[in-house]
Design a protein. Structure first.
Lengths: 113, 115
């Protein structure tokens, strides 16, 4: 158990819908990262937040957005969902100190029908 | 981040040591070597990391060559539960703004531990 929690574990929805994935980092961790893992793309970095502020963006679509709240939990919002958005979404957290090791949550499996 | 090269798959008998190699010939002086593994579709699990010296923890040992261009992850007594995809990642270890903070996962090595 890494200490990172993600909800829900599974999510099934239809094309065009909007969903919100939630992540609670390990106690004391200020950074949250979101990654997407699809069958054809592997694990891809989406976005990073540190203490409420966006710090880095990866291959995140404009239909996707994220935020980190004052209690440090984070939410990833996916809208206008397409079949190709079906994937595992992982959240990771780390402390702000070298070497900034990231610990991953169990993931949310999103299925878009 | 430096690119890494790993064999796509390896087999290991249960109880034997599993030695997983990784080449990272373009590694920079401030880049760490990290190892993660992913069991089936679970979240990637951190194993170990190192900069220059060999490292050991309760899960594994990491041997980094003197020129730092390659490394080997050693699972001393592999069990069936060690069957997973193992990822070698090289990245800047300092907390930075920008995309230096991300982990770049390659295709990894699929380790199959057999009886």
């Amino acid at each position: 158990d890494s200490g990172v929690t993600q909800t829900p574990k599974h999510l099934i929805t239809a094309t065009g819908q909007r969903v919100t994935l939630r992540c609670s980092p390990r106690s004391g961790d200020l950074s949250v990262y979101w990654y997407q893992q699809s069958l054809d793309q592997g694990l891809q970095f989406l976005i990073q937040y540190y203490n409420g502020e966006e710090r880095a963006k990866g291959n995140i679509l404009e239909r996707f957005s994220a935020q980190q709240f004052p209690d440090l939990h984070s939410e990833l919002n996916l809208s206008s969902l397409e079949l190709g958005d079906s994937a595992l979404y992982f959240c990771a957290s780390s402390v702000r100190s070298p070497p900034d090791t990231q610990y991953f949550g169990p993931g949310t499996r999103l299925t878009v029908l | 981040d430096a690119k890494t090269t790993q064999p796509p798959s390896m087999d290991c008998a249960e109880g034997r040591a599993a030695n997983l190699p990784c080449n990272h010939s373009t590694i920079s002086g401030n880049e760490y070597v990290y190892w993660y593994r992913q069991i089936h579709s679970q979240g990637p699990q951190y194993i170990i990391h190192g900069l220059k010296n060999n490292e050991t923890n309760e899960m594994a040992s990491l041997i980094i060559t003197e020129d730092r261009k390659s490394s080997t992850l050693i699972l001393p007594h592999a069990t069936l539960r060690d069957t997973a995809v193992y990822y070698c990642i090289v990245r800047v270890g300092l907390f930075n703004t920008g995309t230096a903070s991300k982990l770049t996962f390659g295709t990894g090595t699929r380790l199959q531990v057999t009886l």
